[in-house]
Design a protein around this ligand. Sequence first.
Ligand code: ADP
Ligand code: MG
Length: 322
Amino acid sequence: MTEFDFIRRYLKQQNDADVVLGIGDDAAIVRPRSGFDLCFSSDMLLKNVHFFADVSPEDLAWKVLAVNISDMAAMGAVPRWALLSAGLPELEADWLQRFCDSLFALAQRFGVTLIGGDTTRGDLVFNVTIAGELPQGQGLQRHAAQAGDDIWVSGRIGLAAAALQCRLKKCELPPAVFAVCEQALLRPFPRVALGQAVLPFARAALDISDGLAQDLGHILQASGVGATVWLDALPTLPELKTLLPEAQWQACVLAGGDDYELVFTAPAEQRRAILEAAQRSNTPVSRIGIITETGRLKITRSADDDSEIQLTNTGFDHFDSI
Ligand code: ADP
Ligand code: MG
């Protein structure tokens, strides 16, 4: 199979009325709806860094696209168009078919059209650039958090990290628990509906790719604020709390990345609006803390117990300097 067979047979399969010129030319042309700004993001995935070499083509395709769609979700944007650049060691028909079936199934599900990319022979690597639409002048930006805001997180966190720990033989989980965690690691579900639903009410947001503490730290730094986060309020798989040693469980929920859940802040007056938005978008959310003026991240046991938890895992050191 040649590069051009690959492009023609596998990649050109979607229709989109707003794509003026799709795959096949030097560049693509799209027409955003009037009243919308365009929003761009790009994410690269490398073998042995972002995925294990033995990952299935279906899971790989899902993750390559899902993490990019997740960036659109974190802005409150509607994902629309993607470009896929791939380094492939060979063009193997069965592998590519499986990869593309999964890729386009996810793309269709989220209304994303593949409009171009690049293909080269090389070690397995993928880069997706995604574009989405935002109502003009809107967008959930990291610098917008204010003291007094509630802090919310979607879904459950720490699962992907637990699966990773397990794969690295740093813990053991019963097969059924591991399966749930591995699903979070391999198939993160982009919170697009939630991002759009909270767009009118939330202030700052991002998707958690590098761990709650570090990623929330980006919001704090950009906004010039601090935060108190309640450990017991963090949504996770209950089994992890009982099966893992305390320090490892804390590390998974606070420092573990790869869950791609949204963390966002919103004024306390919007609490009801946020809960309704969550319900409308069929996405569970948890209120996990509050933005403060302290300029640092403080972890306590709960909202009622204000004594600070000293994190035992040294990986947390850098949070002290936020
Ligand atoms: P050029 O030589 O102008 O860079 P290419 O020959 O690399 O163009 O690509 C031909 C067409 O196929 C372009 O429209 C490009 O966007 C598209 N394309 C190439 N690789 C991919 C890919 N991995 N995914 C999606 N589209 C691709
Ligand atoms: Mg060209």
